[in-house]
Design a protein around this ligand. Structure first.
Ligand SMILES: Nc1ncnc2c1ncn2[C@@H]1O[C@H](COP(=O)(O)OP(=O)(O)OP(=O)(O)O)[C@@H](O)[C@H]1O
Ligand SMILES: [Mg+2]
Length: 180
């Protein structure tokens, strides 16, 4: 690949917020589209999302597509930030966080459902997803839970929006982490 293109892709991958462990992961001929990826621990959901992010930037750069804003976050990290914003003397407001995750063209949200959110956090996450939904933005989510299990932690209004925004991809198999 053109080394300048490669540099741009790497820079954009880094800027998206994806942890370094996942930089440069690829899966051949991966389709880039809004997805809800569900499956048990260690089957490769995050890897798949990382490969999709990489493929997306590759295509943007090589095909000179319109430049998208793409943000990656782990749901536990996002929920922690939201929780922190509710404490006295917080460094950032809930509105700043919500703006950050909604002023995007694509949001990659890894590991949703790993937490037990408070009502406030749940409401903020709903606001983020609903804003993306209303604005016709793109969402890629991974979760150990199915959409119906997620409905029990969040609510039907959240999962119903995810269902409309994303195609469901169910990953199966064994935990790849054990194999070294
Ligand atoms: N297609 C792949 N090729 C090579 N390695 C892979 C692939 N998919 C997953 N792995 C490796 O297997 C391990 C588990 O993958 P990953 O973390 O993506 O699973 P996960 O489904 O997101 O798990 P969890 O539910 O715990 O978040 C990682 O070390 C990852 O690098
Ligand atoms: Mg994962």
């Amino acid at each position: 690949m053109n080394p300048i293109h490669q540099q741009i892709i790497n820079k954009q991958i880094e800027k998206s917020g994806i942890p370094e462990k996942w930089w440069g992961k690829t899966i051949q001929d991966i389709e880039v589209r809004p997805l809800f990826i569900t499956g048990p621990v260690g089957v490769g959901k995050t890897y798949y999302m990382a490969a999709m992010l990489y493929a997306q930037w590759q295509r943007v750069v090589q095909e000179k597509q319109e430049w998208p804003v793409i943000t990656w976050t782990g749901a536990p990290g996002l929920l922690f930030r939201l929780r922190s914003s509710f404490t006295p003397g917080a460094l950032e407001t809930e509105k700043q966080i919500i703006d950050h995750y909604t002023k995007v063209d694509w949001l990659y949200l890894d590991d949703l459902g790993a937490d037990k959110p408070s009502d406030w956090v749940r409401a903020s996450l709903y606001l983020i997803i609903d804003t993306l939904y209303q604005m016709g933005k793109n969402l890629v989510v991974s979760s150990n839970l199915s959409l119906s299990e997620l409905s029990e932690i969040y609510d039907d209004r959240l999962t119903s929006r995810i269902m409309e925004m994303c195609r469901v991809k169910t990953m199966t198999g064994v935990d790849k982490r054990g194999r070294k």
